[in-house]
Structures are given as C-alpha cells and as structure tokens.
Design a protein around this ligand. Structure first.
Ligand code: PGA
Length: 249
C-alpha cells in the first residue's frame, strides 16, 4: 500500500494563493506516483481545490467538521457541505482545535461519526502533551484519546480512518519526535485500537506521524517502523520546498 503524505495548510492561503500552490504541485505530479497525497485546504479554497484536483491522484481534504448535521451553528461547516465541495478526507481532533477551541474527546467522537455518515474519510489526530511525556504518561494519554474518540464505532469503519500521531509538544514547535519516540507512540496507538476492536484492527489501522517535519528529518521518519506516512504542517506551505521534501520520501 502506498504511504500517505498529508498537507495541512491550516489558516493560510487566499483562494488565489491556493490556485498557484495547487498548480505548482499538480505540475510535478510525477513526483507523487508512489505516494498518496492529500491536501487539506481552508474552507474558502475547497471549491477551487475540487476543480483543480479533479482528474488528478491528489485527494482534497478539509481541516474540521461540525459535530452536528445542520442547523443553529453559526460559523460551522457540516459534513454535507464538505462533501458538496468535493472533500474526501477531513482532519478531526487536531491539537490546535482541542486546545484553542476546547474540543473534547466526546465532541471528536461525534465529529468522526458524522464524517463517516457523510461518506468522508477521517484523519484523527491524537498526541500526548509535554507534561504527559515527561511524566511517562504517553501510553495512558494516547490510549485514553483512542478509547474516547473511537467509542461506538464498528470495526469495518476503521478502514475509513487514518490516525495521525501528533505529539502536542512537536506541533509547530520545531521540536520533532525522534524515530524511537514515534515508534513507541505508534505501537501504543495500535495496541489501543487492538484493545477496542481486534488484533487485526490494531495491525491494519493506518497511522501517520505529524509534528515539525522538515526536509532534514523527513526521510528517517517516513521510514519509521509501523508508520503509513506523514502529516506536514508548516513545511508544506512553500510548494517548491514541499515538493523537494516529498522527493526525499
Ligand atoms: P507542523 O504541523 O508540521 O507545522 O508541526 C503539523 C500539524 O499541525 O499537523
């Protein structure tokens, strides 16, 4: 199975900027043949992404989804709206949303169910804080997040879920987790999935890593044991630098 490269544009790019960005990436599509690239655009660029990415092998992603189907939720975006914009995958539970917007595990669980119901694949972010890491609570933290976020799901739904292991202390901080840290976290995630579903589920769930990836650390991390790819934030924003980074994978 090809590995994932997921680009999280976060709150960057006007539609015009996304147009140039996507054009640069699409023109080098040959660099991507052995990878599965997903670009998670801001909402305002999704329609443009739908047009520009149709007919390519690049998947259109979004960065969040409301926990309800529709209605009185000013400023939120529903699964149906995302689907209508051509979105195939959506990031859920990013640590910036958990910390800045106080998203709980329960809310994330609802978002996952709504996304799946609307035929969207989910990129579920989990990760321990620095305090948890320093007090040796990484496994407990990851396990609790997986238990809460995947509660009530059927095992066959896991094929539409990618788990992104994103240690909170490594996101946007310039501090990357070591390959050893990553393999340790990924193992804990697979074990938690196994405990909730089955041994097969723990083995087969796709897990990617995200957190301060760059041109220097990408090769060793991309090849870490048990990983199905990477999620890139800051380092994906410059299309040419990002393409150079991908070429090292
Ligand atoms: P970063 O972001 O690569 O800038 O650390 C990753 C993420 O937030 O998903």
């Amino acid at each position: 199975m090809k590995k994932h490269i997921i680009a999280n544009i976060k709150m960057n790019q006007t539609p015009e900027e996304s147009k140039f960005y996507l054009a640069s990436i699409i023109s080098k599509a040959s660099a991507l043949v052995d990878k599965r690239l997903t670009i998670c655009l801001p909402y305002t660029s999704l329609n443009l992404g739908k047009m520009m990415l149709s007919g390519t092998d690049i998947t259109l992603g979004a960065q969040n989804i409301a926990e309800e189907e529709e209605g009185l939720l000013t400023g939120e975006i529903s699964g149906r709206m995302l689907k209508g914009c051509g979105v195939k995958r959506v990031i859920v539970g990013h640590s910036e949303r958990r910390s800045r917007f106080k998203e709980s595990g329960q809310a994330i669980n609802k978002k996952i169910k709504i996304a799946l119901k609307n035929g969207l694949q989910v990129i579920l972010c989990v990760g321990e804080s620095l305090v948890e890491k320093n007090t040796l609570k990484t496994v407990a933290s990851l396990t609790a997040q997986i238990d809460e976020c995947l509660k009530g799901l059927y095992e066959n739904e896991l094929e539409n879920i990618i788990i992104a292991y994103e240690p909170v202390w490594a996101i946007g901080s310039g501090k990357t987790a070591s390959v050893k840290d990553i393999e340790y976290g990924v193992k804990a995630i697979r074990k938690a999935v196994e405990n909730n579903f089955s041994e097969k589920a723990g083995k087969e769930i796709e897990v990617v890593y995200g957190g301060s990836l760059n041109g220097k650390n990408i090769t060793s991390i991309y090849n870490a044991e048990g990983l199905n790819g990477v999620l890139v934030g800051g380092a994906c924003l410059d299309a040419q630098a990002f393409l150079r980074m991908i070429s090292k994978c």
